[in-house]
Design a protein around this ligand. Structure first.
Ligand SMILES: Cc1cc2nc3c(=O)[nH]c(=O)nc-3n(C[C@H](O)[C@H](O)[C@H](O)COP(=O)(O)OP(=O)(O)OC[C@H]3O[C@@H](n4cnc5c(N)ncnc54)[C@H](O)[C@@H]3O)c2cc1C
Ligand code: SF4
Length: 482
């Protein structure tokens, strides 16, 4: 059996970063990724759902709940929308119902700042200039201004962006600094091997390390790692640990619990006609992320607002179908609908969502075949969060004259989420979480979780930068330990 100093499962933010840092430190690193390795020339500017399904893995669970995760070498850093924010200290201060903090001792905004800085440098994160803000971002700002609320330009990892708007398809111009442009080449430069097309089933302890069992082109393969990092993302990491449970007797019973969609709840805004003073531009022009962010409600109410870019017709249809507003056609098809879309779609429609400090209300479980599923948990607290959001946004709507429609009905809130946090969360003790403050799985020496699922609670801002900062810190601790 092949042997490595470290075997890393998954090549998104959580996998690519330790791969680079451990290889830099001279360790023999193998990175296993279930997806294929694409080059820029494989990417397309296409909305064809068959193409999108290759770039983004839409996990549709048996419970009918769907999530978007990474699916190729580079993970979701390839199709993601580029927003990279440090989490404010308030995110680290949140406490559970029993009064104890979600984040383990020693982790705070101050403690993560040096790691945030390191990642920002690698990914060339910067604030967009005003001249780069797409029309949809400008209209979002206008809506908030009319409601007496503030916002500012977002921070993105796009360099010399061409504003073509096909970010979620993967950037054909190499302007988005994904893992493919940053940490993965660094890992390879230092001798790490990236092995695509390898779907890991489970891990089993052997001697002081672990056997990692996976399939490649339908054939079973096993490798041994002195250290193993699980970084399959917010849904697949808990599923992998649950499949490994019978080999890991000390695994915390919290695996899969407290799955958190980062308080993401989408809205569509139909703006009044007088808002459109830029009719030569369309709302779907410019970068996918319309590059604004509002922290106006964060300190007082624990949520941010962040606009999306181009509206998917299916999202629009779903929202329209969910309303009985007399201005909006009753059906999301037919001539009346077509005329409505022609009139408002390019000029007066914006999409945005909340991200907030909300409790998780689902758990990741596995079905009999070991595939991830979702189980609903108590959503009282999540509903209270949505009540708060609805009340404040109703006020924004009244003051600005913008008609607001939820993208999906409340009970489906978070079902198209790409912010998939906390199902193997960090904690101070195994009865509260799955890994300690250094990403180390409680009770299982040399086994680590290093991705979105280790982030202990909603952040209220886009999570990629925090996932990365925590991954940098975890890798640093492992290198220090030797
Ligand atoms: C369309 C989209 C837009 C987004 N926009 C933003 C944004 O603007 N800002 C932001 O902060 N966040 C954004 N996100 C979320 C962000 O991309 C994720 O939070 C982040 O990528 C999570 O990193 P990760 O390493 O945990 O998982 P991923 O990036 O999902 O990587 C996990 C990797 O593990 C692989 N894998 C899974 N299971 C196995 C297995 N069993 N064996 C082998 N390999 C496996 C997967 O194929 C994948 O490549 C977006 C996500 C999507 C999908
Ligand atoms: S808008 Fe910028 S980052 Fe997005 S795909 Fe186009 S060039 Fe790339």
């Amino acid at each position: 059996m092949e042997q490595f100093d470290a075997v890393i499962i998954g090549s998104g933010y959580g996998g690519a970063i330790p791969a680079a840092r451990l290889a830099e430190a001279g360790m023999r690193v193998l990175l296993l990724e279930r997806g294929q390795r694409w080059t820029t020339s494989d990417l397309m500017q296409s909305d064809d759902p068959r193409y999108i399904a290759k770039v983004i893995d839409l996990v549709v669970t048996r419970a009918g709940v769907a999530f978007r995760t990474g699916s190729m070498v580079g993970g979701a850093s390839v199709p993601m929308d580029g927003a990279h924010f440090r989490a404010p200290q308030k995110s680290f201060d949140v406490r559970a119902g029993d009064g104890r903090p979600y984040w383990p001792e020693g982790l705070s905004r101050n403690a993560l700042d040096p790691y945030y800085e390191r990642v920002e440098r690698m990914l060339r994160v910067r604030q967009f200039a005003w001249s780069e803000i797409p029309k949809a971002g400008g209209l979002f700002a206008k809506m908030l201004d009319a409601a007496g609320a503030s916002c500012d330009r977002a921070r993105l990892n796009y360099t010399d962006c061409k504003h073509c708007g096909f970010c979620a398809q993967g950037c054909v111009f190499d302007k988005k600094m994904s893992m493919l442009h940053t940490y993965l080449p660094l890992a390879e430069l230092h001798g790490a091997e990236i092995r695509p097309g390898c779907l890991v089933d489970h891990v089993e302890p052997e001697r002081t390390g672990y056997v990692v069992r996976y399939t490649r082109a339908g054939s079973p393969v096993e490798v041994w790692g002195q250290r193993v990092f699980i970084a399959g993302g917010g849904v697949h990491t808990p599923a992998l640990l649950l499949r490994s449970k019978r080999y890991l007797p000390h695994l915390s019973s919290r695996v899969g619990e407290e799955f958190n969609n980062n308080g993401e709840h989408g809205f569509i805004g139909i703006l009044p006609p007088e808002f459109d003073d830029l009719s030569r531009y369309s709302c779907f022009m410019g970068s996918e992320n319309s590059a604004m962010m509002s922290f106006h409600f964060f300190e007082s109410n624990g949520f941010t607002l962040h606009p999306g870019g181009g509206l998917e017709p299916s999202i629009l249809a779903a929202s329209l179908a969910a309303t009985d507003d007399p201005l909006v056609p009753k059906r999301a098809w037919g001539l009346e609908y077509k005329r409505f879309v022609e009139a408002v779609y390019p000029h007066r429609l914006i999409a945005f969502s909340t991200l907030g400090l909300a409790d998780g209300h689902r758990a990741i479980t596995i079905d009999s075949a070991g595939a991830p599923n979702v189980t609903e948990r108590d959503r009282t607290s999540y509903d209270a969060y949505l009540d708060r959001v609805d009340a404040l946004l109703a006020d924004v709507s009244t003051k600005s004259g913008v008609k607001l429609l939820p993208v999906v009905p409340r009970k489906l809130s978070g079902t198209t989420s790409a912010h998939l946090l906390s199902a193997c969360r960090m904690a101070d003790a195994p009865e509260r979480g799955v890994v300690d403050a250094n990403g180390h799985v409680f009770g299982h020496e040399n086994l680590y979780v290093c991705d979105a699922s280790a982030v202990p609670y909603a952040l209220g801002v886009n999570p990629a930068l925090t996932i990365s900062a925590v991954a940098e810190r975890t890798a640093e601790r492992v290198v220090e330990r030797g």
